[in-house]
Unconditional design. Structure first.
Length: 146
């Protein structure tokens, strides 16, 4: 039997931002934001003592999601994100190869009211998990018109 296993690259996680999102724009004008989410898991070890395992996950957001993150999120903000893992590599000025495994965020829900002042009217709706266009419903990234 020649069974081919389907592979999936989908991740959903919740956590808090380690620092404020860093938003910048590409030469073509696309917004891109980098942020790191920390999430922890508590468990009992073989001796019955509580242990905590912490993971720091670098994330990248594009277009309107990046802008909203920059407007609405700050260090410590709780978020729920969904996306896929991607690997990226580059060469430093010194010639050393570097690489990173990061979560390319396709959807984000802000889990508490905005800590920052909204940049435009309707910005507070995004802080509660609405669509990036302020429509009031949660949208899949494929539904976002940009």
């Amino acid at each position: 039997m020649d069974y081919k296993m389907p592979y999936a690259n989908k991740l959903m996680m919740s956590g808090r931002l380690v620092r404020d999102p860093e938003v910048r724009y590409t030469q073509s004008g696309l917004a891109v934001a980098n942020m790191t989410i920390v999430c922890s898991k508590k468990y009992k070890d073989k001796d019955g003592a509580w242990q905590e395992q912490t993971a720091f996950v670098p994330c990248v957001l594009w277009k309107r999601w990046a802008e909203l993150a920059g407007e609405q999120l700050s260090k410590g903000s709780p978020v729920l994100v969904e996306g896929h893992l991607q690997s990226r590599s580059w060469e430093t000025k010194e010639g050393a190869r570097r690489s990173v495994l990061e979560l390319k965020v396709e959807w984000i829900q802000f889990l508490e009211r905005a800590q920052k002042e909204p940049a435009a009217e309707g910005g507070s709706e995004a802080a509660t998990g609405s669509s990036p266009e302020g429509g009031g419903e949660n949208m899949n990234v494929d539904d976002v018109p940009f």
